[in-house]
Ligand binder design. Structure first.
Ligand code: ADP
Ligand code: ASP
Ligand code: MG
Length: 436
């Protein structure tokens, strides 16, 4: 069984959906995971925010705009087929339901219900188009098998059991189309894998069915060696290891959801990134093996807060670090980077939800300084810490205002902390120096 995931741009227009149908129209049995059409999840998030701010008029206006887009897409994709009316009815019901939510009291559950509609819509539209082209496909509702447990982790046992049952009930089908991103939580409420989560859906499914390969089809020809949104002349990387791609995804390479490779690395299921607009391009193959030495790619993660903690007793007496880490642990805040000196430690977090409580507790026994609006620049490769070319890095660092460096924590990664306002310049300078 193959698992193929298509992202927002890949299903973002009638033309692209037709392309996707061509790509999946082969003889292999497959599960196709779809994102919402591009722009839809952003629009749904904005509708949910308007409801939160009790801006009912604005919410209704945005619902109408989105409704018009879906009606037009449905007409263009299906109007001359017997499937048109059925899907139009589905769209009408979805938007009636959305309108009825605008006067409800806002809650996280309401938000999750609203943002789940994008994937539900795209899968209905696409499946009807496939059927109109005589592809033997069916929609496999993700909420029938995709669930997270109390610690927000995929409930692997439940997923495998229910997905297998669903597949076994439909043995004649060639293409099972399901929603990325959405799932149930441990209480049975609609939830999701956070923004960009359809990649994660694909590998969770890949692991559950022990797929021969998971393919992630997007709008670019694989993982590039730097962020193409900020740097010119980036190039695709043909091979990455699970470790390297995990570091890149975690440290900001938007092309992959941070958890993408986790579900498949133990079973060593390859993950292949492909470009829907250029299916012949090689893309990137992610496996257990790493090819090539030295720095392979650079990524950046924004929204980082740096915290400098100075022991009130001047020296880092034993037990001090334990006390500090215990506070972050208890307040469920992950630490990304850390450096220490004799009297102080600096660390970074990307989630400041509990920052006020953390600072209150730390200030009971330390001096604390907080700096916001930072970015982590992450350099990833195979054994880069040992590579002779890595010393080049220190020559360029003199031109960059670096707040922290993490070197040697892993052989595959060097991280720098800079002000977000210096991010683009830092990425570009590093790119020129390392890759050009
Ligand atoms: P999809 O909707 O298919 O999931 P995403 O927008 O989530 O696509 O991811 C693809 C985008 O990621 C690319 O268009 C590109 O702008 C951005 N991106 C950021 N960093 C990288 C990188 N290192 N390599 C490739 N693309 C990247
Ligand atoms: N539609 C969701 C999002 O835009 C999930 C995804 O595309 O992966 O974040
Ligand atoms: Mg994505």
């Amino acid at each position: 069984m193959q698992v193929l995931k298509f992202g927002g741009t890949s299903v973002g227009s009638v033309e692209n959906m037709i392309n996707v149908a061509d790509i999946i129209n082969t003889t292999t049995k497959k599960i196709v995971v779809l994102s919402a059409m591009s722009g839809t999840t952003n629009a749904l998030v904005s509708i949910a925010e308007s409801i939160k701010n009790t801006e009912v008029l604005s919410a209704n206006h945005q619902i109408q705009v989105l409704y018009d887009i879906y009606k037009a897409t449905c007409k263009q994709l299906l109007s001359n087929t017997e499937f048109y009316k059925g899907v139009l009815k589905y769209i009408e019901l979805t938007f009636e339901n959305l309108s009825s939510l605008t006067r409800k009291a806002y809650s996280e559950q309401l938000y999750n219900q609203i943002v789940s509609q994008g994937e539900l819509l795209s899968t209905q539209l696409f499946n009807a188009y496939c059927n109109s082209k005589k592809i033997n496909s069916i929609v496999l509702p993700a909420l029938d098998f995709m669930r997270i447990d109390r610690s927000q982790e995929p409930d692997s046992f439940y997923i495998k059991k229910n997905l297998e049952r669903a597949l076994n009930q439909l043995p004649e089908t060639d293409v099972y189309i399901t929603q990325g991103f959405i799932c149930l939580d441990a209480l049975g409420n609609v939830s999701n894998f956070k923004r960009g989560g359809s990649d994660y859906t694909a590998t969770i499914i890949g692991s559950a069915v022990n797929a021969e390969e998971v393919q992630i089809w997007t709008d670019i020809d694989g993982v590039h060696n730097n962020d193409p949104r900020f740097v010119q002349n980036t190039t695709p990387i043909s091979d990455l290891s699970y470790d390297e791609s995990a570091e890149l995804a975690y440290f900001g390479a938007k092309i992959l959801h941070p958890q993408t490779v986790l579900p498949v690395r133990l079973q060593q299921i390859p993950v292949r990134l492909k470009n829907t607009m250029a299916p012949k391009a090689y893309g990137t193959l992610i496996t257990q093996n790493s090819k090539g030495d030295g720095i392979k790619a650079i990524a950046a993660k924004d929204g980082i807060t740096a915290i400098k903690i100075k022991s009130a007793r001047m020296l880092l007496a034993h037990g001090f670090l334990k006390k500090v880490f215990e506070i972050f642990d208890r307040l469920e805040t992950a630490i990304d980077m850390i450096t220490t000196s004799e009297v102080a430690i600096s660390l970074t977090i990307d989630n400041d939800e509990n920052l006020t409580s953390i600072l209150k507790e730390l200030r009971e026994f330390c001096f604390v300084e907080v700096e916001e609006h930072h970015s982590i620049i992450c350099l990833v490769g195979h054994a880069i810490v040992d590579h002779p070319d890595t010393h080049k890095l220190f020559q360029i660092l003199q031109d960059i205002n670096v707040r922290m460096i993490s070197y040697g924590g892993s052989k595959n990664n060097i991280s720098l902390l800079v002000n977000t306002s210096d991010k683009v310049e830092t990425l570009s300078k590093l790119h020129r120096y390392i890759f050009e």
